[in-house]
Design a protein around this ligand. Structure first.
Ligand code: SAH
Length: 477
């Protein structure tokens, strides 16, 4: 390790910046955030520093650097474009044992400024020892996505409860275990979703019961997206890796199910057309019961839970039984399939609106507003439409859509088994009979489908990805 990472309290002390350009301004802003008193020495100030001066965030000495300027400062940053000045500042600071940073000249620095992830009071700093600031920034952006913005609030909560927890647990080991549990579990989740009051209540309860495991668990209604594991959101992944139980059905792609915690209990609740492994009411109650046993439950859904996912019914039951829950949105089949097939759902020239409808047949018919779906300049996406395709094409044509209207059928969109079949309302049934698409399939009707040939970009990999399987679990058709 070439540098010692430390966090430095600069409040109420003078930090010196030599130079008045944009780089100096960025450093000044950073020092200001940390509560420093900042003195800028430079004949000129850039607009940013000027406005900081107006606000009283910095003081300004309007001249070039002179020997003796360093006295009484606790750190100095040289950000001039005069290498002679930079070198002199560095030498003099080192002589006086004042920490010095010279921008972009690591050999002149006694300290370097890391890339920072600021979730105050949580701060993570990344450095490559000056080797590559760009790499440090790349690492930082990866960390950014791993550390939810709510971590700052979580640290504040921990600070508020610190003394109480200390008083409750004498043994440092018990204390550590308690903190590990609450900082990872339901309390933390309530903080991340912005429910600070509930988090405080849960914290008090965990303390009072002295057993940190809260008697009430929580349900996470998580959308897993259309199939490609890359499309799973960070929030979904975090909750999937926390949950004690995973309740899933057929539409969840196997690689996505594999992203859940290894030792989590997995409960399959089925759903094939007309062959429900469990009735919807039973699923609703199962989720509530598991949470009441203190478990953190992920209810994992294909696509987005609020789009033809019956998510509303499930959380309705939870809400009326007082079970805490959260909903994690996801890429729905329409956006996933459209994007991966190269079919923009709206387009200035062809479609000013898009409608998502279910093509699910009840008693061999559908109850849709065909007149509305037949209007021009729109795209209509049918979920669960493969079996009803003859009805869909017949009704659209009967309501005035041209038999030549383009239509696409996307099989297992975003997965390695994706196929896109196109035709017209008049010809698509023949295509289906010839190609026999595998569910799940999504149907897109509209002129935008014509763009597919030109805009298609996604090639399903020839070999299954490592760790993934070709098996796509499920459909509602
Ligand atoms: N909640 C899901 C939809 C559930 S309804 C979502 O937001 O996507 C089930 C229907 O979604 C299927 O019948 C099919 O029409 C469509 N579907 C889901 N995933 C799909 C995929 N990967 N490819 C094509 N269609 C898909």
């Amino acid at each position: 390790m070439d540098f010692l990472p430390i966090f430095f309290d600069i409040k109420e002390k003078t930090s010196l910046i030599i130079g008045g350009g944009e780089v100096a301004a960025r450093k000044a802003a950073l020092l200001h955030k940390a509560g420093g008193r900042i003195r800028v020495i430079s004949p000129h100030l850039c607009a940013t520093l000027d406005s900081m001066l107006e606000k009283g965030s910095v003081e300004h000495i309007q001249r070039s650097y002179e020997d003796g300027d360093l006295d009484d400062s606790i750190l100095v940053i040289a950000a001039t474009d005069d290498s002679e000045v930079n070198r002199r500042v560095s030498e003099q600071a080192k002589e006086k044992n004042i920490p010095v940073n010279v921008v972009d000249q690591p050999e002149l620095c006694s300290f370097i400024v890391p890339s920072i992830i600021d979730r105050s009071p949580v701060v993570a700093a990344v450095s490559t020892g000056g080797a590559s600031p760009v790499l440090a920034r790349l690492i930082r952006s990866r960390l950014e996505s791993l550390i939810p913005a709510g971590y700052g609030r979580l640290a504040e909560l921990a600070q508020r409860f610190r003394d109480k927890v200390k008083a409750r647990f004498d043994n440092p080991n018990d204390r550590r275990m308690f903190w590990e549990k609450v900082l990872r579990g339901g309390v933390a989740e309530r903080v991340f979703s912005g429910h600070m009051e509930e988090a405080d209540i849960a914290m008090e309860r965990a303390l009072a019961e002295s057993s940190p495991s809260s008697p009430m668990g929580e349900v996470y209604l998580v959308g897993g997206g259309p199939g490609d594991p890359d499309l799973v959101s960070f929030r979904a992944l975090r909750l999937m890796q926390q949950a004690d139980v995973v309740v899933y059905d057929r539409l969840v792609a196997k690689p996505i199910l594999d992203m859940t915690r290894n030792d989590a209990e997995r409960i399959y609740v089925g759903k094939e057309r007309d062959k429900h492994a469990m009735r919807q009411e039973e699923i609703n109650q199962l989720l509530a019961d598991l949470a009441k046993q203190g478990k953190r439950v992920v209810r994992l859904k294909g696509g987005d839970p609020f789009i033809f996912g019956r998510g509303g019914e499930e959380i309705d039951t939870l809400s009326s039984q007082g079970v805490p829950f959260q909903v994690v949105p996801a890429v729905t089949a329409a956006s996933g399939c459209a994007a991966y097939a190269g079919i923009p759902l709206t387009h200035r020239d062809y479609a000013q609106s898009v409608t998502f409808v279910t093509g699910h047949l009840k008693d061999n018919t559908t109850n849709l507003n065909w007149e509305q779906l037949a209007q021009p300049n729109q795209t209509v996406v049918f979920y669960m439409g493969l079996l009803g395709l003859p009805v869909i094409t017949r009704e659209l044509i009967a309501n005035g859509v041209s038999p030549d209207m383009p239509i696409a059928l996307v099989q297992q969109g975003t997965t390695e088994k994706q196929e896109v079949f196109t035709g017209t309302l008049a010809t698509i049934q023949e295509v289906v009979e010839r190609e026999k698409p595998q569910p799940p399939t999504l149907i897109i009707v509209g002129e935008v489908v014509e763009l597919q040939e030109k805009l298609s970009w996604y090639k399903a990999p020839a070999e299954p990805k490592l760790g993934a399987t070709t098996e796509v679990v499920g459909s509602y058709e």
